[in-house]
Design a protein around this ligand. Sequence first.
Ligand code: 0O2
Length: 208
Amino acid sequence: MDRDDALAFLRQLRDLLMVHKFGVDELMTKLRIWSEEFDHAHEHDPIEHISSRIKRPEAIAAKLARRGLPVDPVSAREHLTDIAGVRVACKFISDVYLIRDLIRQHQIEIVQTKDYIAAPKPNGYRSLHLIINVPVHLSDRTELVAVELQLRTIAMDFWAAVEHELLYKSGGQVPETFAAKLKAAAEAAARLDAQMTSLHERSERASG
Ligand code: 0O2
C-alpha cells in the first residue's frame, strides 16, 4: 500500500466510524425522548438505562477476516451490521416489546429481528436483537446507518454482563459444571422477571 492508498484507507475508516457514531447519536436521542416523555405522561419509564458502543477497528477487522471477507472499510460498511451498537435495559419484558413497537410505529426500518427472549440461546442468554436502519441527515445527503439494538430487562442485562466477563476471563472456555450453573442463573433471572411482571400488573390494576 503506497502513501496515497494508506491515506485513502484511513479516511474511509474515519468516515465509516463517524457515520456510525451519528447513527448511534440519532437513536439515543429518540430513546431518551421516549424515556422522558413516558416518565412525564405515564409515570412509568420503560427505559432503565441505555448504553452504546462503536466497534473497535481491530474487532471490525477480526470479524471480516473470520468471515473470509476483504478487510477494509468498504467491505465493513457492506457486510457488518453491528459496527454501531445500542443496548437498552428495561424493567419489564413488556417494556422491551413496547420499545420495539415504538420503533416500528416511527417507520424506522427493522431489517433483522433475533428474539432470544422467545427462544433463549442454549447457554441461557436472553435479549431481543434488532438491526435497524437509522436515517442520518448529513449536510449533503441522507445515509441509512445499520445499528444493532439490543433490548432486555435489567435481570437479563445483569446475567449477560456477568457471563460476558466470566467467559472473557476464562478465554471463552468454561467447564461443563460452570456452564450449567450459569444456565441455572439465567433461569433464575427469568423467574425474577416473571415475578416482577406479576407485581407490576397487580399494581397497575390496583391503581386503576
Ligand atoms: P460486543 O462486544 O457486545 O459487540 P456475531 O455478531 O456474528 O458474533 P450473530 O449471531 O450475528 O453473531 O449475533 P447475535 O447472536 O445477534 O449476537 C451478537 C451480540 O449479542 C454479541 O456481540 C453480544 O453483545 C450479544 N450476545 C450474543 N450472545 C451472547 C451470549 O451468549 N452472552 C452474552 N453475554 N452476550 C451475547 P459481540 O460482538 O459478541 O460482542
